[in-house]
Design a protein around this ligand. Structure first.
Ligand code: GAP
Length: 458
């Protein structure tokens, strides 16, 4: 039996034995399998054979993804007085993308292998002369610039006047609403507009599960600053954003900040640094922090004919603010949290898989588990569930042996399990088991919320 029975402390001399889990393909496979088995992420349209590179977030994944976004919103909006939120439309007219430069510049170089017909991004090939699929050399077509935006038509008639695009980044919503937000929020530079939402890119080579998909979620903030303050704020946001991942439990050794080489910079950027995570296949981007200068506001002002600037009454001067943009991917970040949190150990001869997630990110905070399915325990267990649900997202599970239910919660990353046993009916107390140490405490039902609040709401 891998766990101590609820109500007893784990016997001494039974210390868990750590298992070495190398950061390689095996770990990646374990996470992909766990996602499917435990309801984090499913392949989209699976009953029809799937739809390449799209994924659905299951009952547990939707909670975790929401927690990632909430943690970002808390840090970027709730705990600050200089950032406000926005939720802009996903569909946009060509004028927006003309002005932003995406119609002209948001392209990847595409090559086809004339031998095996496989298609690649030229800039991602190790050897631009050799096909990684069939191994033939010199079989690539000339590179074509392929625009990554999804084009559609708004309304019933498919004509050029009805062309619309799905946004490839949330950022432009913030720029086109700059004047609206400035007027209504009473903010002045330095201030930011934050947004979380779906973006769409017709990626040539979607890959690595949810790392690069055609539909994904971004968490972006445009921080408008007086031009001479831009370098200082760029440094500030690089530091802040790196720290966010560390504070939520990713070891600093698995993160790095990498400044872009000049030839890597996006068409709008005068400087970008990526927060990178050490994925099983190597370092990969979680977030880019870019100094966008006055590019976007100047472009939209020129194309729309509207004034997009700030009038400083104190000095009677006008200027176009510069923009520092921390732009993160929510879906990609969720996977990084899972990879960083995954752990294995041997407990009393059995393998225990555990997601040591930060409690803010964990899908469920508490699981309520009646020791047995006997009718006598269920009303008490449901009473305890009713006490906890207003405070935290809880799971309730009355099936299987208690040890197996603990294991399931470990794999979901649930920080606390609350077990109701037959003594609970007499002493009005429950056993609380902590995920990482498996330590158990007996807690009076009336003190349970305070006990958990001390541990979860920090
Ligand atoms: N507004 C700037 C911008 O969109 P980006 O570096 O292209 O910058 C920001 O995107 C973040 O969005 C990336 O760091 C990544 O986390 C996420 N992202 C971009 N493309 C993605 C894709 N195809 N699949 C999943 N996430 C993606």
């Amino acid at each position: 039996m891998p766990d101590a029975e609820p109500g007893t402390d784990p016997p001494s001399g039974d210390e868990p034995v750590p298992v070495d889990v190398p950061n390689d393909d095996t770990l990646f496979e374990k996470i992909v399998n766990l996602c499917k088995q435990r309801g984090f992420v499913f392949p989209s349209a699976e009953i029809y054979g799937g739809f390449r590179s799209t994924y659905d977030y299951g009952p547990v994944g939707v909670l975790m993804l929401r927690n990632v976004k909430d943690a970002w919103w808390r840090s970027m909006v709730q705990l600050r007085d200089d950032v406000v939120g926005l939720d802009a439309a996903i569909l946009g007219p060509p004028a927006v993308w003309e002005a932003s430069g995406h119609l002209q510049n948001f392209t990847d170089p595409l090559v086809d292998c004339t031998n095996c017909k496989a298609r690649f991004r030229l800039d991602q090939l190790d050897d631009p002369d050799e096909c990684p699929n069939c191994g033939k050399r010199g079989t690539f077509t000339e590179a074509r610039q392929f625009n990554l935006m999804f084009k559609t038509h708004a309304g019933p008639v498919e004509e050029s006047a009805s062309v619309a695009y799905l946004r490839p980044e949330t950022a432009q919503g913030m720029f086109v609403n700059f004047a609206n937000v400035l007027q209504t929020s009473r903010k002045k530079p330095p201030f930011g507009i934050a947004q979380i939402g779906k973006s769409f890119r017709n990626e040539i080579t979607p890959q690595n599960f949810v790392f690069r998909t055609r539909e994904f979620e971004q968490m972006e903030m445009e921080y408008f600053v007086p031009p001479d303050e831009a370098p200082r704020w760029y440094e500030y946001w690089c530091r802040e954003r790196l720290q966010w991942y560390v504070d939520l439990g990713i070891p600093a050794s698995k993160l790095r900040l990498r400044p872009h080489d000049p030839d890597e910079l996006s068409h709008y950027s005068s400087g970008t640094s990526d927060v990178e995570f050490c994925f099983p296949w190597g370092w990969g981007e979680l977030e880019g922090i870019a100094n966008r200068g006055d590019y976007d506001l100047t472009q939209h002002a020129a194309h729309s004919g509207q004034r997009l600037e700030y009038y400083d009454q104190a000095t009677n001067t006008r200027y176009v603010p510069h923009v520092i943009e921390p732009a993160a991917g929510a879906t990609r970040t969720m996977m990084a949290f899972m990879l960083a949190a995954y752990d294995e150990e041997i407990v009393r001869g059995e393998l225990r898989r555990v997601l040591r997630l930060h409690h803010r990110i964990a899908p469920y905070k508490v699981a309520v588990l009646p020791l047995s399915k006997k009718d006598t325990l269920i009303p008490k267990a449901r009473e305890v569930l009713g006490i906890l649900q207003p405070h935290w997202m809880c799971d309730y599970d009355e099936t299987q042996a208690i040890g197996r239910r603990y294991r399931r919660q470990d794999e979901l990353g649930t920080p606390y399990c609350v077990t109701i046993d037959f003594d609970s009916l007499d002493d009005d107390a429950v056993t609380v088991r902590e995920r990482d140490s498996m330590h158990q405490d007996r807690v009076k039902t009336g003190e349970l919320v305070d006990y958990l609040r001390e541990r979860l709401d920090v």
